[in-house]
Write a protein that binds this ligand. Structure first.
Ligand code: DC
Length: 229
């Protein structure tokens, strides 16, 4: 099976790009952030404080996360309930960054993510895909953009959804979450040694998609070449 791993900070455009690339290559897009978000939603709904690692770890036993695809769109099921509509709020974003640092939370999702990549050609995005989940991915990309640009995109996205927000506050939240995701002990966000760095600050979506496709075609050519020799 073929796999593409995409990591990078919040708001770099990973999911938008990965969805387009998946469509063009006929791969399944796997949004691992959505899985962590669904677990955070469970902790919020059950009023388990983010700082209580013991309670969070215990609660992991009561959670089952699974994925389904509707018209090609990934749906996350939390104990059988489709929670896609509830996992994109700022409150859930914060809770996700606060709780995805715990080993028990990560353990819960790791095998599910690896199993998906065994069954299908996948393009998977997150924070630790190239470094931890799929260390043997055919192509690894670290996608980033300046915090200003990432905040601006998130701001426009939230406004489009009709959610009131402040640009400055969004940038502060993004920086705080990245700090936390990069500095945690388990599976921190970092560029894998063999990942290609793509800075999308001054690139259009189409340009980034084409860059990804051409990187993947290059990998395929190298593979075919080395299989022949
Ligand atoms: O990509 P996202 O914004 O939906 O991710 C939400 C949070 O989940 C982010 O703060 C970090 C965490 N996450 C993670 O720890 N590991 C992943 N593979 C994906 C997301």
């Amino acid at each position: 099976m073929a796999s593409i791993a995409i990591d990078g900070p919040a708001g770099a455009g990973k999911s938008t790009i990965a969805k387009c690339v998946a469509k063009e290559l006929g791969f399944i897009y796997v949004d691992t952030g959505a899985m962590y978000r669904s677990m955070a939603l469970y902790f919020l709904r059950n009023q388990i404080p983010a700082g209580d690692e013991e309670k969070i770890s215990e609660a992991c036993r009561d959670i089952t996360v699974s994925l389904a695809y509707e018209n090609g769109e990934q749906q996350v099921l939390l104990n059988g309930e489709n929670v896609n509509a509830f996992i994109r709020t700022e409150e859930v974003s914060r809770m996700t960054s606060d709780t995805s640092k715990y080993p028990k939370v990560r353990e819960k999702l790791l095998s599910l993510q690896r199993d998906l990549a065994k069954e299908k050609d996948v393009i998977m995005d997150g924070r630790d895909i190239g470094t931890c989940v799929l260390p043997d991915a055919d192509l690894k990309i670290y996608l980033t953009a300046s915090s200003k640009e990432r905040a601006r995109r998130r701001y426009l996205e939230q406004r489009e959804r009709g959610i009131a927000c402040e640009l400055d506050q969004i940038e502060k939240d993004i920086i705080a979450r990245d700090e936390q995701d990069m500095n945690r002990a388990v599976a921190p966000l970092r560029q894998a040694e063999d990942a290609v760095l793509v800075d999308a600050s001054d690139m259009t979506i189409r340009e980034v998609v084409e860059k990804f496709i051409s990187l993947y075609r290059e990998v395929q050519r190298t593979k075919t070449g080395s299989n022949r020799s």
